[in-house]
Write a protein that binds this ligand. Sequence first.
Ligand SMILES: *[C@@H]1O[C@H](CO)[C@@H](O)[C@H](O)[C@H]1NC(C)=O
Length: 176
Amino acid sequence: MKISCLSLCLLSTMCWLYSTPTTGNKIFQFGPCMISMNVNEIRASFTAIKATIQAKDAIRTISILSYPYSLHNFNSANRCCIIHHLLRFYVDKVFKHCETEDSHVNRKISSIANSFLSVKKKFRQCNEQNVCNCGEEAIEKYKQILSNYGQLNTTSAAMKSLGELDILLDWMEKAH
Ligand SMILES: *[C@@H]1O[C@H](CO)[C@@H](O)[C@H](O)[C@H]1NC(C)=O
């Protein structure tokens, strides 16, 4: 009896281990916060609409996330700070203002928005106990992002920020 229970436990652990990569949830550490996120699902939705979104973006001289320099390797506390701000930025300033005439594209956008919303909630829960300490570097970078966003009208700024989502995802995964 004991043996069969043990093997059952082993089996379920193995199943769990094997199923983790396919469900796509990855754990990211941002300062004190460990956040699980289905980054593959977000990427898949984004990839499906990227060309449509970027084709609508006529203003090539500005980047929201990468001007005047790219998101770089901040230390752990600053990573936490930046990601916390950018989650709020995307939820409050970007997805709300992104709409196209294409309902398929709109559905993908709301699926990405829902994923961000759930990550943002996890972050808020973490922040109730552990606040990320924002360094000057992170605050400065976020100010620049807001200032780039402010150069365009709400719709253009939102669509451009959406089109740059892969910059954010790459940055999260690279530093991971
Ligand atoms: C926003 O800016 C874009 C590009 O300059 C322009 O095509 C669009 O009509 C503007 N929208 C509004 C609501 O002003």
